[in-house]
Design a protein around this ligand. Structure first.
Ligand code: MN
Length: 246
């Protein structure tokens, strides 16, 4: 029984090749046979934007169908919010037959444990973003936003996206990465030696020692029109970060 982890697909209607790559990935999990998939963890920024579960387009309908089929076939589907799709709600998760996870979730695989995060909360040197995050994750702000008409929400999301793109170009490269001290304190708090996250688009497996304890941080990669990233983890084995072509 194998657990799969993906993040940062940033799916939208403008990237049909990537969406098709995702549908192919889901089919493979469904037909995984002897290497049977037990669960699929989607660790945030699954969508490029999410303006509410009442938003409808053909891509989101196809995604719901694809994930519902997967969950009906016996694979547990889990979602974690990213900084783009933090408004993804219970309704969407239910329609996919999936479950929304808290932003810091500890899982057990065999005798091992891991902390799962999207990763944006670890990029604490990006002070401007951390401030915006506080507002965007406020339930009152979210309720107010979700009460607005759909076209206003779509316009706001497009604006926020272009502002974030231009401000990111101005930021030093290392500001956009995790802060090691925060990684260590989150891991200590969770009592884990392994952390899995995405967000930074810097796929890698980092190993280091903290107070004599061997620790590992596995970072998922972002998907493109031709390539995806995943972590495959079977109980009793080490998790492995892999990329694959569509
Ligand atoms: Mn992100």
């Amino acid at each position: 029984m194998t657990h799969y982890f993906i993040s940062d697909l940033h799916l939208d209607a403008q990237h049909p090749k990537m969406s098709n790559g995702f549908f192919g990935f889901v089919k493979n999990l469904q037909e995984s046979g002897s290497a049977k998939a037990e669960s699929l963890y989607i660790l945030g920024d699954f969508f490029e934007t999410w303006v509410g579960d009442d938003y409808q387009d053909s891509l989101s309908e196809q995604i719901k169908c694809s994930l519902k089929e997967l969950s009906d076939s016996g694979v547990a589907v889990y979602f974690m919010h990213g900084n783009r799709d933090f408004l993804m709600g219970e309704q969407f998760a239910n329609q996919c037959g999936g479950t929304l996870l808290d932003e810091d979730t500890i899982i057990t695989v065999g005798n091992d444990r891991a902390l799962l995060m999207h990763g944006d909360s670890l990029c604490t040197r990006d002070i401007e973003y951390m401030k915006a995050r506080q507002l965007l994750r406020n339930p009152l702000w979210q309720a107010d936003f979700l009460s607005k008409p759909m076209d206003a929400r779509v316009a706001f999301a497009a604006q926020a996206r272009s502002e974030s793109q231009s401000s990111q170009q101005m930021k030093a490269n290392d500001i956009m990465d995790v802060t090691q001290a925060d990684v260590d304190s989150e891991m200590t708090k969770a009592g884990v030696v392994r952390l899995i996250h995405g967000h930074t688009h810097r796929p890698n497996t980092h190993s280091w020692e903290f107070n004599g304890e061997a620790r590992e941080r596995i970072v998922l990669g972002d998907w493109s029109d031709s390539k995806g990233w995943m972590i495959r983890w079977e109980a009793g084995e080490l998790p492995s970060l892999e990329s694959f072509e569509f």
